[in-house]
Write a protein that binds this ligand. Structure first.
Ligand SMILES: *Cc1c(COP(=O)(O)O)cnc(C)c1O
Length: 458
């Protein structure tokens, strides 16, 4: 890999764009290997033949043991044991690092990545508001037996840190791999939010956090993978993804990703991962690498279709009969859909209309378009007029499957309160796949008609 990120040492080329990097960032240098396999091999071995005692690699290991040399775990020249490194996963991390313009690590799931992020910063105060429920449960596991103060994103950060029982403002912990200020404030921001697909004003919360010494901002960016947004642009310290969703993209692997700008911080995360063992499985690494090749085309189409669907659903509640297409008249004027939520429908002014209790939307001056230059969220939500509609609509569709999760190539609908009982029982989450927009719209129209028929027949 040359310094500008082009493979094969092709320094004569400019740094590759995102789609090109997703295809080539991990390819071997053809000057060193002129017959490399275009599709990577599946590598399952957990253990590897150790270097001969007279070899340079044995000498390197000896020097590393004495602290006299460093072994680059991001690009190791040989492998020892797969909890330390494994070739397919190294390739995934090369691709992820390039497309996230940072240093990325993979984990066994999004939730293990979230847990690793919290352990890494070891905060005494955590500011968070709603979003993916599992992250809250994971934070509770972290807080077990520790003195951790939980606050809201809009609370006074400095006051909370001052009040934190240990009075900790963070301390530099240098574990020989780079200093990370631990023990202070962690601001956890999910954007776009689950399940609404509405964006939070990242720059605003980063500004607020950075006014507090030792504070860190982690962004759960699962709902807007590259190329939709890059939270580092707004000043995030770490970006987290459930790779199970868009990076995996085919509903067939569990994965988590953390990315940081500093290589030393990457090494610290790598050491932690090695000793709590939340590594991505080797089969999953292979599937993930295969999926990353098509990330940009998938996500861009999913984002475009979601934006069209959100606009159409929004028209059903905001327009009356006669102002909509003839096929839509039975549902116009909010007969089925009371409200649609999506980053493309921001800024909005009806601030007391909450998709989730306790999640006030952003200020009406905040326009997510600048924060999401690559497109809007491919997952969003709508609220029906009655809970029965939200219960039955997902089961009356043909192309949408009633199921939890998101980010796959097949579209899904979820009656969200089944997964998160704190959500409004009238809310349906829409994960848009790769089907044609017209087919998905026809499928929803059909389900809306059927739910009205069902009601009429009662
Ligand atoms: C799914 C999800 C997670 C958890 O990821 P898993 O891969 O299921 O462990 C975290 N955050 C968000 C926003 C998610 O959608």
């Amino acid at each position: 890999m040359s310094s500008n990120g082009t493979p094969n040492g092709a320094a004569s080329l400019p740094a590759p764009g995102l789609a090109t990097a997703a295809l080539h960032a991990d390819h071997p240098n053809h000057l060193a290997d002129d017959n490399y396999a275009v599709a990577p091999s599946i590598s399952l071995s957990t253990t590897f033949r150790s270097p001969h005692p007279d070899s340079a690699n044995a000498k390197l290991l000896e020097d590393v043991g004495k602290g006299e040399a460093e072994f680059d775990m991001q690009d190791p020249s040989f492998h020892i044991y797969s909890r330390y490194s494994q070739s397919t996963n190294i390739r995934c991390e090369k691709v992820l690092s390039q497309i996230m313009k940072s240093h990325a690590l993979t984990y066994s799931s999004g939730i293990s990545a979230a847990h690793a992020a919290v352990l890494h910063y070891a905060p005494s105060v955590i500011a968070i508001r709603k979003g993916y429920h599992g992250v809250h449960v994971s934070i509770k596991l972290y807080a077990r037996g520790r003195n951790v103060k939980m606050i809201d994103l809009d609370d006074d950060y400095a006051a909370a840190v001052a009040e934190a029982s240990d009075g900790s403002k963070g301390s530099d912990v240098d574990e020989g791999q780079g200093a990370v200020k631990r023990g202070g404030l962690l601001v956890w921001i999910e954007t776009p939010l689950n399940p609404s697909g509405e964006a939070r004003d990242l720059a605003k919360y980063v500004r607020k956090a950075k006014a507090v010494s030792g504070a860190h901002v982690v962004v759960d960016s699962t709902f807007a993978p590259p190329p939709l947004q890059d939270p580092f642009e707004q000043g995030a310290d770490m970006v987290m993804h459930s790779g199970t969703k868009y990076f995996g993209g085919h509903s067939d692997l569990l994965c988590g990703v953390l990315a940081v700008k500093d290589k030393k911080e990457w090494t610290s995360l790598w050491t932690d991962r090695t000793y709590f063992g939340a590594n991505l499985g080797s089969m999953e690494a292979y599937l993930l690498l295969r999926s990353l090749r098509t990330l940009t085309v998938r996500v861009q189409k999913q984002s475009r279709t979601a934006t069209l669907l959100a606009a159409w659903l929004h028209s059903l509640s905001s327009n009356q009969d006669g102002q909509v297409a003839a096929e839509d008249e039975p549902f116009a004027g909010g007969k089925i859909v009371a409200r649609t939520y999506h980053s493309s429908l921001q800024p909005r002014t009806d601030l007391d209309d909450l998709v989730t209790k306790g999640t006030a939307p952003e200020d009406p001056t905040f326009d997510p378009a600048q924060q999401m230059p690559g497109g809007h969220a491919p997952t969003f939500a709508f609220r029906t007029v009655k809970p029965e509609y939200a219960t039955f609509i997902p089961h009356l569709t043909t192309y949408f499957t009633p199921a939890t999760s998101l980010g796959g190539v097949e579209s899904l609908l979820e009656h969200r309160c089944k997964s998160d009982p704190t959500e409004d029982a009238r809310v349906v989450r829409v994960s848009v796949g790769l089907e044609e927009f017209e087919d998905l719209r026809a499928d929803l129209r059909d389900a809306f008609s059927k739910v009205l028929q069902r009601e009429g027949a009662k």
